[in-house]
Design a binder for this molecule. Structure first.
Ligand code: CU
Length: 314
């Protein structure tokens, strides 16, 4: 199975296409004005949706993702091969994931994974180019990414309690990154994180409370056992947080992973989603004193040094 780091999932594009047609010119203009005023691209999820502009400038952009829904979500931006649309994704990719997850959930793990060999060959060319970390309900996360012009698909593949991917519930959206640069510069970070398959998550963990800008450097990128690459998610841990529960939840291919309800006593507050090796993304977060963790959305994160706890001091 040469499904490179891509495995994701664009099930329903018909929903998305309907959404595109609905947006009229006035709405687009209003959104552009809003963007110029704040210099931030707002994404809102209320009910299995991505409310955001259809087209954005290239270069550095800060995405402010507001999760106003009762579920946990992220956004991930996928670059599909030239000429491939969300329609191809719906017809050729979605059925494979549906049947694979069904088999895995029934305990037929091997048969489930075997389903993935039915993915179209070009699916291995899909590239994840970044996005937010996981966000719990009512959280707002800011992630800053550098995007090249082109057509992309935004998605979230967390699962509902019945095992269905959010992607098949409407959380896919085509966007165009236009050939005009935003003119924004990269952020200046005060906490630098490096993540790789060899060293795991590396950072200086003496962190004080307050607002911080984290840089996330992808020293390398690989395809993990669940077909996705490593990323960075920041979580706040309450006193009774269970780390091994968190670890196993961070694997979508586990029937109990990446599914509602999310682990209790844990709040996801953002991060940077999968990116190819050599790239850097940024996220900001305001931290209170207490216990936190950085974790990748991969299986066996503890043994990979991809689940790191730290204490925020005054
Ligand atoms: Cu979601």
């Amino acid at each position: 199975m040469i499904i490179s780091l891509t495995l994701l999932i664009i099930f329903s594009s018909s929903f998305f296409l309907m959404q595109s047609c609905k947006s009229d010119k006035k709405e687009t203009q209003d959104k552009t004005v809003e963007l110029e005023k704040e210099n931030v691209i707002e994404i809102i999820t209320e009910n299995m949706d991505f409310q955001m502009p259809d087209s954005i400038t290239s270069g550095w952009n800060t995405f402010r993702y507001k999760n106003q829904s009762p579920q946990t979500h992220f956004f991930l931006i996928d670059k599909y091969p030239e000429g491939k649309t969300s329609e191809d994704a719906e017809k050729l990719v979605a059925p494979v994931f549906d049947s694979a997850m069904k088999l895995i959930t029934e305990g037929k793990t091997e048969e489930g994974y075997a389903e993935f060999s039915k993915l179209p060959e070009w699916f291995g060319e899909v590239v994840f180019v970044g996005g937010s970390g996981l966000l719990s309900p009512n959280q707002v996360g800011e992630t800053t990414l550098n995007l090249k012009p082109g057509k992309y698909i935004v998605e979230c593949y967390v699962k509902m309690s019945n095992g269905m991917f959010h992607t098949s519930m409407g959380m896919t959206k085509d966007i165009v990154v236009i050939n005009i640069n935003s003119g924004n510069k990269a952020l200046v970070s005060d906490i630098d994180i490096s993540v790789s398959s060899t060293d795991g998550i590396i950072f200086n963990d003496s962190i004080s409370s307050g607002k911080h800008t984290f840089s996330v450097y992808f020293k390398d990128q690989i395809v993990h056992e669940n077909f996705v690459g490593h990323d960075i998610n920041l979580v706040k841990l309450e006193e009774n947080a269970n780390l091994s529960e968190l670890e196993s939840w961070m694997n979508w291919a586990d029937p109990k992973g990446l599914i509602e309800p999310a682990p209790s006593a844990i709040t996801f507050i953002g991060g940077v989603n999968d990116m190819p090796a050599g790239n850097t993304g940024y996220f900001t977060a305001t931290l209170e004193t207490g216990n936190y963790a950085l974790v990748s959305e991969v299986p066996n994160s503890l043994s990979k040094n991809m689940l790191k706890t730290f204490v925020v001091s005054k």
